[in-house]
Ligand binder design. Structure first.
Ligand SMILES: NC(=O)C1=CN([C@@H]2O[C@H](COP(=O)(O)OP(=O)(O)OC[C@H]3O[C@@H](n4cnc5c(N)ncnc54)[C@H](OP(=O)(O)O)[C@@H]3O)[C@@H](O)[C@H]2O)C=CC1
Ligand SMILES: O=C(O)C(=O)Cc1c[nH]c2ccccc12
Length: 404
């Protein structure tokens, strides 16, 4: 029995494959399925031991898709007709499992990609992955297994929500209560009666603060910058209009409807609206408007308190930018995510900004040099994933075609 001291990794043979897809979330599954559909050989490398791990393990219980079902199906197989218009997380997860098995997508699990670089001489992408389930022993030496894949095409499908961001707040290390990132939040059980601060008013923060107040926690939410607050219905109208009207016009209608619905509450509680429209911002910066599923009603009733940015923490007391202080038992950082692409992708950096998101905008963020593609980074959530997957598969099929 070898002792498990990790020594230098032991390399296995190199494997030649046509397409390597990194990540088995919806974008990776959709791309693999679209390639399988056309008999293009591909493999999917996934660092976790299940597909769609974020959807399975890092999402809160009450989550439903914010976009209507018609915008969220993956290629070649619609979401079942019997599901509600806004699909609950569990039903979406089972659709993904069915989808993967239907299209014979069989990811290689427990593979952590360490690097991917383009080898000019071989005209191949060289992808190095650590197989985290296997420890190999050669003579006296044992260590993790390092696998190398040589691929003609590389698809980055590692998602936008790779790694939770915790901001540097002075005094956080000495906070006397508990704190977590929103990706660890499941529900408000155990927080009933507690003072809970939710930091961040994106979709996670707004819904978590609402969930907390349903569990009778005393929730406060930090809103430090202007934000668009919309309903699922307003977004639905916007998505429909976008099919035939320019973004600027859609934004005018959407902002008008949002002002009618929330104008007064927002003003009273100091929630400001950005100067630029919600769909413009989504396309240009990737920032999603916040969809209210009940938090605004709680804010109006005074059950959720709105706070400005936080400045520091001392024991159980948190100080805010307006100079006010309050005691809290728990903090939930709904402060967003960063992608880790730039840590392991060598040579494709031009395609990604500092947050690891492709720099080109909506529906164009899927193609780089030497057969490098990005899936699932475009700015329309699941609706964009499907489009990316089909664009990528078509592009690969065309470039493999003997007629070309
Ligand atoms: N049902 C659904 O479809 C859901 C979809 N999502 C999606 O998942 C993605 C991730 O969402 P989410 O987790 O909300 O992350 P986001 O990045 O969308 O939001 C993070 C929020 O935190 C704020 N923030 C960041 N740092 C600080 C700080 N130091 N102090 C105060 N506020 C801060 C940001 O505001 P600022 O402008 O001030 O930086 C922003 O409002 C999004 O695309 C979202 O739409 C999420 C939940 C549900
Ligand atoms: O994917 C997200 O981040 C969502 O919350 C859903 C979403 C995708 N595209 C949008 C455009 C406007 C509002 C919400 C979304």
């Amino acid at each position: 029995m070898p002792s498990l001291t990790m020594e230098s990794p032991i390399a296995s043979e190199e494997k030649d494959v046509c397409v390597v897809i990194i990540g088995a979330g919806p974008a990776g599954l959709a791309t693999a399925a679209s390639l399988n559909y056309a008999n293009v050989p591909n493999i999917v490398l996934e660092k976790d031991n299940v597909c769609a791990p974020l959807w399975k393990r890092r999402a809160y219980d009450r989550l439903k898709l914010h976009l209507a079902k018609e915008f969220c199906s993956l290629p070649h197989m619609s979401l079942p007709w019997k599901l509600p218009k806004y699909v609950p997380r569990a039903a979406f997860v089972s659709y993904l499992d069915t989808y993967a098995s239907h299209f014979h997508v069989d990811p290689l699990y427990n593979r952590t990609v360490l690097s991917a670089s383009y080898d000019e001489a071989a005209a191949r992408w060289r992808v190095e992955a650590r197989n985290t389930t296997t420890v190999v022993e050669v003579d006296d030496h044992h260590g993790p297994l390092l696998e190398t894949y040589l691929a003609r095409y590389l698809v980055v499908a590692t998602g936008q929500n790779c790694e939770g961001i915790i901001p540097d707040v002075p005094g956080l290390e000495g906070f006397s209560g508990e704190w977590m990132h929103s990706s660890e939040y499941q529900n408000g059980l155990g927080l009933t009666g507690k003072n809970v601060l939710v930091v961040g008013c994106g979709n996670s923060g707004m819904e978590i603060s609402y969930d907390l107040s349903n569990y009778d926690a005393k929730a406060s939410i930090v809103v430090r910058h202007p934000v668009h607050v919309l309903t699922t219905g307003i977004v639905y109208i916007g998505m429909k209009m976008l099919k035939f009207l320019p973004t600027s016009m859609v934004d005018k209608v959407v902002v008008f409807l949002s002002r009618l619905k929330y104008g007064r509450v927002a003003k009273k509680h100091g929630i400001r609206r950005p100067d630029e429209g919600p769909f413009f911002l989504k396309e240009k910066t990737g920032k999603t408007p916040t969809i209210d599923v009940g938090a605004m009603r709680m804010i109006k009733m005074g059950k959720i308190k709105v706070r400005p940015g936080l400045t520091r923490i001392e024991g159980d007391t948190i100080e805010f930018e307006d100079g006010k202080k309050a005691r809290f038992d728990a903090i939930i950082f709904a402060t967003g995510y960063r992608s880790t692409v730039r840590k392991w992708l060598k040579g494709g950096e031009d395609l990604f900004n500092a947050n690891g998101m492709p720099v080109v905008g909506f529906s164009k963020g899927w193609k780089g040099d030497h057969g490098l593609y990005c899936a699932g980074f475009s700015q329309m959530g699941l609706a964009g994933i499907s489009m990316d997957a089909m664009n990528i598969a078509n592009d690969i099929i065309l470039s493999l075609s003997p007629l070309k």
